[in-house]
Design a protein around this ligand. Structure first.
Ligand code: NAP
Ligand code: F7E
Length: 328
């Protein structure tokens, strides 16, 4: 019998790559998706990977507990991956309450549905390096104290601890992956890497002249989503549930990441980059650098795709996408 996985956030970047991996591993994949008036576009990422016909989409919302209970009861998943969230840090200052409801309490809704209907299922929570915020150690591990710096990070910290609490209170096989930034050609356009690669492609094709950014001195530990969803799956294959940092162990400024994209396109960054104070955040996370040693030791996870290769892949994908648009 094929294993069944239920994935919240199926329409997002990680949802798409995780669904692809689970299908390759022989799973039946059920994806929770919010009803949308633009249903023709909300499966775009699954379409990009050519798997939209292979994922069974279930209507649902993280805010709707009764729907989640019904879904878990009907699907009877072996594994539940909770990837759904209001995930854009900057928006979390604009919508702090919604972010708390979805990104924090939404986790408890999924855990409740699992506890009530399918306590034997294994559960994955998408925790975040943003929880380290104002970093308390130069390299962050599972032992580093948290200091969240945005409503998003505060909400994720709640999700992290409620996952641990359900593991300790009810014996659920619930694991939390503390994932550092991870990107891909399927990254949302509002996040800085994709904003950069899309702008570079536009400038290259003569569709735009400038790229406006905020704090380019910020440093992030960037990996590839494909590598990171593999870590999610590996976590749930362990006999004992636990929490793991997933990162590359290398940190880079936004400026240097941006330079890789401009260089690949044969453009001079200084001719196009504009710093816009409007794009700075009320409180910044200046630097993140993760130590993935525990995941490497416990289950042999290592990233395969480096930053340069990933940014080049993203620029190429945006060039292709925009050239198609230009021609139509
Ligand atoms: P993403 O592309 O922004 O996807 C977020 C997903 O959540 C979308 O499918 C979205 O659906 C869904 N969602 C939002 N509100 C919902 C609600 N009320 N009910 C049900 N679904 C809802 O995010 P991602 O990059 O794939 O990240 C996946 C998860 O990992 C998120 O929880 C994120 O916070 C976390 N994370 C990401 C990173 C990273 O660097 N990518 C790092 C650490 C942790 P719609 O399409 O309908 O909006
Ligand atoms: O910002 C700076 C910005 O929005 C990265 C989410 O997936 O990873 C992501 O959160 C840095 C910040 O990602 C612009 O100030 C400069 O310092 O790409 P980002 P994020 O905030 O790190 C974590 C791990 C998550 O969990 C989140 O869900 O880049 N920056 N100029 C800019 N950022 C954006 N978006 N746009 C700019 O114009």
């Amino acid at each position: 019998m094929a294993k069944k996985a239920l994935v919240t956030g199926i329409t997002g970047q990680d949802g798409a790559y995780l669904a692809e991996l689970l299908l390759q591993n022989g799973y039946e994949v059920y994806g929770l998706a919010r009803r949308s008036s633009t249903a023709d576009v909300n499966l775009t990422r699954l379409q990009w990977l050519g798997i939209e016909g292979d994922v069974r989409i279930v209507d649902g919302d993280l805010l709707d507990l009764s729907g989640l209970i019904r879904t878990v009861k009907d699907v009877k998943p072996d594994e539940v991956y909770n990837l759904g969230a209001q995930s854009f840090v900057k928006s979390s200052w604009q919508q702090p309450l919604l972010t708390g409801q979805v990104t924090a309490l939404g986790v408890t809704n999924v855990l409740e549905a699992v506890r009530i209907e399918r306590p034997e299922a294994r559960f994955y929570q998408a925790s975040s390096s943003e929880m380290y915020g104002l970093i308390q150690e130069p390299m962050q591990s599972e032992e580093t104290p948290f200091y969240p710096r945005s409503p998003y990070a505060v909400a994720k910290l709640y999700g992290h601890w409620i996952t641990i609490n359900y593991r300790e209170s009810f014996g659920l096989h619930a694991s939390s992956g503390i994932l550092f930034n991870h990107e891909s050609p399927l990254r949302g356009i509002e996040f800085v890497t994709r904003k950069v690669t899309d702008a570079v492609a536009r400038i290259k094709l003569g569709l735009a002249k400038e790229l406006r950014l905020g704090n380019i001195d910020a440093k992030r530990d960037w990996g590839h989503s494909k590598d990171y969803v593999r870590a999610m799956w590996m976590m749930l294959q362990q006999d004992v549930a636990d929490d793991y940092v997933i990162a590359t162990g290398r940190t880079t400024t936004v400026r240097d990441m941006c330079a890789i994209a401009f260089k690949h396109a044969g453009l001079n960054m200084e001719d196009h980059l504009v710093i816009d104070p409007e794009l700075f955040r009320p409180a910044e996370v200046d630097v993140l650098l993760g130590n993935p040693e525990k995941a490497r030791k416990k289950f042999g996870w290592e990233p395969k795709i480096g930053l340069e290769e990933m940014i080049v892949e993203m620029v190429e994908a945006d060039l292709k996408r925009l050239a198609r648009l230009k021609a139509s």
